[in-house]
Every structure is written in structure tokens, then in C-alpha cells.
Design a protein around this ligand. Sequence first.
Ligand SMILES: C[S@@+](CC[C@H](N)C(=O)[O-])C[C@H]1O[C@@H](n2cnc3c(N)ncnc32)[C@H](O)[C@@H]1O
Ligand code: SF4
Length: 399
Amino acid sequence: MIEADLARGAAQKRRPAEDDPGFGIYVHWPFCLSKCPYCDFNSHVRGAPIDEARYLAAFRTEIAHRAGLAPGRAVRSIFFGGGTPSLMRPETVGGVLDAIAARWAIEPDAEITLEANPTSVEAGRFRGYRAAGVNRLSIGVQALVEADLKALGRRHSVDEALAAVRLAASLFPRYTFDLIYGRPGQSVAAWRGELARALDFAGDHISLYQLTIEPDTTFERLRDAGRLDLPDEDLSLAFFRATHELTEARGLPAYEVSNHARPGGESRHNLVYWRYGEYAGIGPGAHGRLVTPRGRLAQACERHPEMWLTRVEAEGHGLIEDAPLTPEEQGDEFLLMGLRLAEGVDPGRYQALSGRELDPEKLRMLVEGGFLERDASGRVRVTAIGAPLLDTVVADVAA
Ligand SMILES: C[S@@+](CC[C@H](N)C(=O)[O-])C[C@H]1O[C@@H](n2cnc3c(N)ncnc32)[C@H](O)[C@@H]1O
Ligand code: SF4
């Protein structure tokens, strides 16, 4: 039963083996072949070829800068996200990995993920990424219905997407793929069928995102014009429950709101974020959190690709935000991240970060209301009822 919670079963089997949340590196590639109508990621379409050598040089400069701020870390995870990193030449990916290895120790079982779009051109580069050191591929499949791929502005067919997944499975030790559900006009019954088929292709991980309408996207304009048939609140909940029920039954329960894995198959990279670890953000629009003598720094890079390049070349880094977080802000971030996880959060760590206790009276009320629960060791986690209201629950319990 989904009501049991976001994953009671998964959560209890999967308490963190150790409390060290680790150190990860996020590298952003900000280009795509076209803009999908639902997407508000920092992605740009350029008519001319990208000067990858210039970007690689700038990535190297940024890496050296962050290594100066956070020396001596062991890298648990590297993630190439986008945009569309599978538009990068494998040599560029290899150059970034070499630059990271020259500045930090990389843990022997480090996870090195690259996000790929499943067009045949990009699939042709998969072998090169593997040779460069990538050991996990994350593929944006989005839908297994041809007409819906069109409506989502995708440039690949269902067959191409599945061929890319098969190729990734044959080349990489680990792979995952993304689907979007709650799409315009989709029924829960149709989604159940589609998800069941998708799970036949799943390895140790799958990401299932409910469609959100983001500001300043084509989908927002279509919705506002009444031209998108979107699920209401009850239907959204039905989609969410069906998703969690099916994945759990197939051995990939949710370990986070939208991410499902077999035990041990969780994304180590995302766990660094959600367990409130340290990460360096490299590239246009990338965000980072580094613990330095100045405190835990909230960092963000210039978003615009060419302006980021110019800034890195002139100043030695692309940061436009680089300020220590207050204890209160750290406590809020820790809760917002950690309560996304089925394993929940340790109230002791909240206190260490924020300098204050979780309000016992508010906690009791949220537990009684069925929004939160505590396990025998005192960890706090969100229930399936609380999950869709995460921001409100966090604001309430932290206030
Ligand atoms: C950085 S994005 C895209 C990666 C890659 N460029 C692609 O399109 O496959 C990562 C994932 O976020 C999801 N996503 C992006 N916008 C979304 C939205 N508005 N609603 C739900 N999921 C979204 C998609 O599943 C996508 O694969
Ligand atoms: S969904 Fe992926 S391919 Fe589409 S615009 Fe966003 S980042 Fe680019």
C-alpha cells in the first residue's frame, strides 16, 4: 500500500550505512539541439558549432578555483548534466575528468554519470564516453508513446529511445532513464501500461517525474490559454500512487520523491545533495555548496554561456553568488533536501547545522496529522500524505 508511506519498506532497509554524505562535482553543459516546451533548465540553442576547446579551458579554470577553496576532498561522484551533455565530444568529457583527477583524489568506486539524449547521433558517442571514464549513463526517454514524444518536442522516436537504453545497458556498468508522467491527456491506466513496459528495460535505477509547468515555458503559455489538458490534484495523486505501487512491486521502490532504485542502485550523486553533503558546481548556471573556513558557502555561476566564459577567462571563476549560509538557512536546506528521501533525516544533524531543535510540539502535530513519521532511532520522514506538501511541512516544522 502506498499510503504506508513514501517507502516504508525501502526506508527501513536503507538507512545510510555511514553518516558521511560525501563530496560530488556537477558539470553543466548548457546546449541543446532544440528547446523542449516544458523545460526551464539552463539550456540554450546555438546556430553555430560550440568552441569546445574554449569551454574545456574554462572548465579547467573553474575546477582549479574550487579545488583551491575545497582542497583534499575525495570525490564520490561526478555528474555531467544539462542541457545535453551527450552533445559534448568524448575528448571534452575526458579532459574535464582529467582536470578533476589532477586536483582531487577520486574514490575507487566513484560514480561518473553523463546525461544523454537518445537520438542515434548521440548514441554513436556512448562508446567514447565509456572510454573517457563515464560509468553510468542517464537517458532522457520521457515517454514511450510516439505522439507524446512529439508533443513534448522530443527529437527521438520510441524505438530510438529504447535502442539507446539497450546500448547503454551493454556498454556501461550502470544506467538509468527518465520518464515524465501526468502528461497532457494521459490517463492513469495508460501510464500504468507504459510504466510496466518501461520497467522491463530498467537496470538498477529509474527517474519518474510528474510533469510540472514551469514559468516562462511554452507549456505555461499553452496552459494559460486553456490548451493543455492537465491532471487536477486528485488525478495527480492517483498518478503518484500508481507510480510508487508499480515500482515497489517490481523491486525499484522510491528512495526519493521521483527516484526509484533497487537496493544499492541509488544515484550516489543525488544522495550527496539530498544528504546535504558538499558539492562543487562547475559551468554556466551550476550551483555548489562547499564547507570552507568562511562557512558553508552557497555558490552559483553565471547562467549565460558566453557571459560565463568571459567571466571565467577574466576572473578565474564564473561565480556570481558566493556567500556563507546562516545556521538557520542550513537547517532549512538540510530539511528540504533530506525530507525528499525515504530514509528521512536525523534531527541531531538538524540541530548541529541550525543551532536549534526541531520544534517538538510542531513535530508531534505533523506526526498526528499523518504528514511525518519517526522511526525507532528517532529519524524523521515524510509520509505519502506529506510528500506532495513537502515545502509546507518543512516550513512548518522548521519555523
Ligand atoms: C536536465 S533535464 C534533461 C536531460 C536531457 N537533456 C534530456 O532532455 O533528456 C533532466 C530531466 O528532467 C525532467 N524534466 C525536465 N523538465 C521537466 C518538467 N517540466 N516536468 C517534469 N520533468 C521534467 C526530464 O525527465 C529530464 O530528462
Ligand atoms: S529537456 Fe533536455 S533536451 Fe529538452 S530543452 Fe531541456 S535540457 Fe534540453
